[in-house]
Design a protein around this ligand. Structure first.
Ligand code: AMP
Length: 190
């Protein structure tokens, strides 16, 4: 099973690259941001609870996202593997994912970190805000807060996966195809 954590700050291109990876390797895309947005669109209790965090660019509580991920894994027992996009985002989430996987005797093969300059991130997010209409991509203060939350709460996971020998660095600068080629080379070396 090919289970990969696609990692990186908001605007690094995780969602776009995840779409290409799942197509090539026949995997299931698990994006906590996408799941939360669809809950929000459906006005579910979970979606409405998550909204107050998402609107500020803060993280939704660990318990909520961990149980969402568990449900999605359970719904796909025959998957060739999963691409985790936007999850885990805290050490508690990473530990919970490890526990969840070991209960099912599966494991994370690698954490691929897409690295992108701060200036480029902001410009990609503002651009996505215009195209996709996401409100959290249209406000500079929310964008900067999401990057700050990434740096303080999420970036420490680089050490977490490095200690497990699973951390892989990929430059997320350049064209979609260039970045995808680098990711495929990294996957090929696993
Ligand atoms: P994203 O689409 O990954 O940029 O996520 C959009 C928003 O959803 C984030 O700013 C958070 O409020 C929330 N979110 C997504 N994934 C997580 C997660 N793993 N843990 C906590 N909050 C999350």
């Amino acid at each position: 099973m090919l289970n990969i954590v696609l990692f990186g700050p908001p605007g690094a291109g995780k969602g776009t690259q995840a779409e290409k990876i799942i197509e090539k390797y026949d995997l299931i895309h698990l994006s906590t941001g996408d799941i939360l947005r669809s809950e929000l669109a459906g006005k579910t209790k979970l979606g409405l609870q998550a909204k107050k965090y998402m609107d500020k660019g803060e993280l939704v509580p660990d318990k909520v996202v961990i149980s969402m991920i568990e449900t999605k894994i359970d719904q796909n027992p025959d998957a060739n593997g999963f691409i985790f996009d936007g999850f885990p985002r805290t050490t508690a989430q990473a530990k919970a994912l490890d526990e969840l996987m070991s209960k099912k005797t599966i494991h994370i093969k690698a954490m691929i970190m897409l690295s992108v300059d701060h200036e480029e991130l902001v410009s990609r997010l503002l651009n996505r805000g215009k195209i996709a209409g996401r409100s959290d991509d249209q406000d500079m203060a929310i964008i900067e807060n999401r990057i700050k939350v990434y740096n303080t709460e999420t970036a420490p996971l680089i050490d977490y996966y490095n200690m497990q020998g699973k951390y892989r660095y990929v430059s997320g600068m350049g064209t979609l195809e260039e970045i995808f080629k680098r990711i495929c080379e990294t996957i090929g070396d696993l």
